[in-house]
Write a protein that binds this ligand. Structure first.
Ligand SMILES: O=C(O)CCC(=O)C(=O)O
Ligand SMILES: [Fe+2]
Length: 216
């Protein structure tokens, strides 16, 4: 009995990452299957696509969005758009299960203001997909924290400081983990190392990630 209890306790623990940044282990587990079902609904309306970065390269991560705004990139730059450039329609609405989870995670991380998420970027990683070290800084508002939900196969998440050259910390993120970064860590550099071949019962070889952002 106590072994089982211990493992549940460790699955749900909060892990400090940096000042203002935490990993909430297993925080999204209870709603993970609902989140995945919503991702299917969203991507049926606004399909996953491999965006082109301003330098001309195609991103290895496939992306779509939901919410009032969506993050897009092309040879002209990175920006938020209210209209999906592929469908020429508004992005799918933010499902309630998304906004509720994001607010609960923000609260659990010590950010008690109402979140008012403008954009949820949905990332889909195949084996080998990665996200190089970057800052989330296309948002006009850098007061609100970023809430980031991991689903499917594990990833090695790299979290650094506010300069590209600062020291970094590597954390293995698994299905149901939520990372929250704000305050003095809001503009911390972060990235995802190439996803290893693995299988998850809910997603096969894929990893999904949701990030909730306040843009204005
Ligand atoms: O997939 C992740 O864990 C991080 C995603 C991320 O940094 C982003 O979408 O900007
Ligand atoms: Fe990011």
């Amino acid at each position: 009995m106590s072994d089982l209890f211990d493992s549940i306790e460790t699955e749900r623990r909060t892990e400090a990452l940096a000042d203002g940044a935490v990993i909430l282990r297993g925080f999204a587990l209870d709603v993970a299957s609902e989140l995945l079902a919503q991702i299917d609904t969203i991507s049926a309306q606004s399909p996953f696509r491999h965006l082109i970065v301003p330098g001309g390269k195609r991103m290895s991560v496939a992306m779509t969005n939901c919410g009032r705004l969506g993050w897009v990139s092309d040879t002209h730059g990175y920006r938020y758009e209210a209209i999906d450039p592929i469908t020429q329609r508004a992005w799918p609405a933010l499902p309630r299960v998304f906004t509720e989870l994001a607010q609960q995670a923000a609260n659990a991380a010590g950010y008690h203001d109402e979140l008012s998420t403008d954009a949820c970027l949905v990332n889909r990683y195949e084996p080998g997909s990665r996200l190089t070290l970057h800052q989330d800084r296309d948002e006009h508002d850098v007061q609100a924290p970023i809430i980031s939900v991991s689903l499917g196969v594990p990833a090695i998440f790299v979290f650094g400081r506010n300069t590209r050259s600062g020291p970094t910390k590597r954390s293995r993120l698994v299905h149901g983990d939520v990372v929250v970064w704000g305050g003095v860590s809001r503009l911390a550099y972060h990235g995802v190392q190439p996803i290893a071949q693995a299988q998850h019962p809910a997603t096969g070889s894929l990893r999904y990630n949701l990030t909730f952002r306040k843009v204005f």
